[in-house]
Design a protein. Structure first.
Length: 268
């Protein structure tokens, strides 16, 4: 979908207008509401295909469109990444077991605006090491969002995330990043989850993008499976991810994908 709103910075990042925030809030709220409802679908014995089927139905019932069905040949309304799957896990016949952790990632299109979010879920009892991983990943995202203020740089966002994660002896995945969005699914900038303070483009009000750190209990390296989608940790360590879509304002960033039910974090 072409997007000619606002203006482009010298780095090719689109600056949206104040009126455009409303459309992003509507799309983001729907994505978050679907993820809220998905919590009841996660339990031992459930399949990831059934979760995706229900998510597809929820998107249709809302009169929205899935951004991922048909995207580069992908055929599902969600990515569901279990345990050592870092991202882009394909829903299928896999049966969830007690203690499994999983990320569900959903992107919807509402009136041309894209709402993109992901969060962690737990099937059954949560192990202490998985709980710690989820906690660190969630807090890293929120620290990245806290750094997303005008005058700061994208390097400041990445540095905030990296410092927190590595301070807990975990690793930040470097092979995937956040991205600009709005009336397109993926656009500049690439939002790295590591970096040096003061580097990269300067944040300006009107920028829309995702922050979506992937954090591994082990090493940061990943590999892509033969399906050309699924990314897993090379050392088979557990991985977690949280994602919000945000808009830069004159002050604190606006989060478009806040959970209406307060269920963004699975242990809250």
């Amino acid at each position: 979908m072409d997007d000619t709103r606002g203006r482009l910075t010298k780095d090719g990042i689109r600056i949206y207008e104040a009126a455009d925030f409303a459309g992003m809030h509507v799309a983001g709220k729907l994505a978050a509401s679907i993820l809220d409802a998905s919590a009841e679908l996660v339990f031992p014995g459930q399949t990831t295909a059934e979760i995706d089927r229900r998510i597809t139905a929820m998107i249709g019932d809302a009169g929205a469109v899935s951004a991922t069905i048909g995207y580069k040949g992908y055929q599902h309304a969600s990515c569901i990444s279990v345990n050592h799957v870092v991202c882009h896990g394909i829903p299928g016949d896999k049966v969830l077991k007690d203690g499994d952790i999983l990320n569900i990632d959903v992107t919807v299109i509402v009136d041309g605006w894209f709402g993109d979010s992901s969060r962690m879920y737990v099937a059954g009892a949560l192990s202490r090491k998985a709980e710690r991983l989820i906690e660190v990943t969630h807090d890293a995202l929120m620290l990245g969002i806290e750094a997303a203020r005008p005058g700061n740089t994208f390097g400041d966002i990445g540095h905030a995330i990296q410092t927190h994660v590595e301070g807990h002896r975990m690793s930040v995945v470097r092979d995937f990043c956040g991205h600009g969005l709005g009336r397109v699914f993926h656009a500049p900038p690439n939002v790295l989850h590591y970096g040096r303070p003061g580097t990269g483009p300067v944040l300006e009000p009107g920028m829309f993008f995702t922050i979506e750190p992937m954090v591994n209990l082990g090493r940061p390296e990943t590999k892509i499976l033969a399906d050309d989608w699924t990314a897993v940790t090379r050392d088979k360590s557990l991985s977690a991810q949280f994602e919000h879509s945000i808009g830069i304002t004159e002050g604190a960033a606006e989060i478009f994908t806040l959970s209406p039910a307060g269920r963004f974090h699975p242990t809250y």
